[in-house]
Design a protein around this ligand. Sequence first.
Ligand code: PEP
Length: 251
Amino acid sequence: MNRRPLLAGNWKMHTTVIDACQLAAEIGKCSVGVTDRDVLLAPPYTVLSEVAHVLHGSNVLLASQNVCWEEQGAFTGEISPTMVTSVGGRAAIIGHSERRQIFHEDAEIINRRVQGAVKFGLIAIFCVGETLEEREGDRTFEVLEEQVKAGLAGVAPESMKKVVVAYEPVWAIGTGKTATKEQAQEVHAFIRKLLAEMFEKDIADSVRILYGGSVKPDNVDELMAQPDIDGALVGGAALDAESFCRIINFS
Ligand code: PEP
């Protein structure tokens, strides 16, 4: 199965308008002519619109870092799928470990977000990952199974073309510690097998599964060479144009 690679940058709570426009322009420039893979940026909400203008006409996709399941209403602090699409956003990151851990977003909320995103036509970049304690306690697969089943509950098989899964071991996010290519491949293959059980093999084979956790220019090539790793969700290194451009151009 030929899955189109996806290199996604999550800027988290970084960049003012000026920084964001400059960074987006540099990334847009190095993405010119990149046609065999998707490049995506998830800037803070405050700069989505400006970044969309900077990227206009480029092939870089825009995403929000989270999304609500409702189109509008009394949801202070949230952003709706139609707000995201209204500025040209095509995707939303959902269930990032920082949302789960710091802001206590639970499985039910995350599932509502995934369902809301796909209902309104966004690509849901659905994140899962175990903590160090869970890995050391030999609970990695159990935890991931729980997260994947809960997060994708009620998602129709035909909506799975709007879902990208991101495996992000919590212990590897922002720590400089990357899962080895073997550890990452093992989990990606597990998730794909699980998707085949939940949906069907063809669907599982077509879903892109990204790896995230300290992806950098010097480890992206070996990670991307794994058969079940279809891309990367990048935090820190996505804030540096040179590093992210190298990641986009993995070989
Ligand atoms: C992330 O925030 O999704 C992430 C993987 O961060 P980093 O690349 O900095 O580990």
